[in-house]
Design a protein around this ligand. Structure first.
Ligand SMILES: [Zn+2]
Length: 294
């Protein structure tokens, strides 16, 4: 498994799901030394933010990243596409405050990247793995990690809405399954929550063009669903994107039950802290008792 980037520059533009404002993302090819790096012009200066857990600023309804100078909203569908396609070297230039929403799925990014092509770099990919399993819980949901030789996500959701109910989908992280199984699954929302989200300044760009909207009993979009289990597939798409905020690709078997951005972030934080503990135990020279003091 080698590091990957895009063959040539990829440009995606459109309106943000939450801000409703126009923005443009340009994915530039990276070198074998690069990771995922965000770049944004603030005033006359280009600021760079490397992808990593400490750059996550909010997980309310969407995931945003940045630093003390800027924020980029709704990064999860773009990050999911990079994670799914195994792209771990690229410079993501952003003009605007939010990643364009496209049709509410990851199609905008997936199609553009496949058009440009994916380039394999001459250096081995670094996967983050853990020796022991763990679980995080929040409200009635949980995410469980078990060590495994590849990234597998078992997603389960359980809604009382008659068009959703209980859905389960198993995702093996390969470019092929990402493209065929996850990329086209759209974000969804309930009509009853729409006014609340608008009063919070969210979902300003949401419409039936980019969101599966559910009223009390039915799906309101005239074209219906893209998959009978589109809802759980989208939840896995979001989780795959949020997992990438760890900063690189991971291996492991993940089971998620009623996941959302806040729970995903809790999982990522726990993963990183467990990883640090594991690193220290594998490198005993770092333990205080063994430090050379003479
Ligand atoms: Zn989403």
């Amino acid at each position: 498994m080698f590091k990957r980037t895009v063959k040539s520059k990829v440009v995606c533009e459109g309106y943000g799901l939450h801000t409703g404002e126009f923005s443009r993302v340009t994915i530039h090819p990276g070198s074998e030394h690069d990771h995922i790096l965000f770049a944004k012009k603030v005033g006359n200066v280009v600021r760079y933010v490397p992808l990593g857990i400490e750059k996550v600023k909010s997980t309310m309804f969407a995931t945003s990243i940045g630093d003390d100078q800027f924020t980029v909203f709704t990064v999860e569908h773009l990050l999911s596409t990079l994670h799914g396609f195994g792209i771990d070297s690229a410079i993501i230039e952003i003009e605007g405050d939010e990643i364009p929403g496209g049709d509410g799925s990851a199609s905008l990014f997936a199609d553009a990247i496949l058009d440009a092509g994916i380039y394999t770099l001459p250096v081995k990919k670094d996967f983050l793995t853990m020796d022991a399993g763990f679980t995080v819980e929040q409200n009635s949901g949980f995410i469980k990690y078990t060590p495994a030789a590849a990234l597998i996500i078992d997603g389960i959701i359980d809604f009382s809405h008659p068009k959703i109910l209980k859905q389960q989908y198993t995702y093996n992280n390969t470019p092929e399954q990402f493209h065929a199984g996850l990329a086209r699954a759209r974000t969804f929302g309930f009509l009853k929550d729409y006014n609340t989200m608008q009063s919070l300044g969210l979902a300003k760009g949401s419409s039936l063009e980019n969101t599966v909207v559910l009223d009390e009993n039915d799906v309101m979009n005239a074209e219906g669903l893209r998959f009978p289990d589109e809802f759980v597939r989208h939840k896995i798409l979001d989780l795959l994107g949020d997992l990438y905020t760890i900063g690189g690709p991971i291996k492991g078997h993940i089971t998620s039950f009623k996941s959302g951005h806040a729970l995903n972030h809790l999982f990522v934080k726990k993963f990183v802290s467990q990883l640090e503990k594991q690193y220290v135990s594998e490198h005993p020279v770092l333990q205080p008792a063994l430090v050379f003091t003479a």
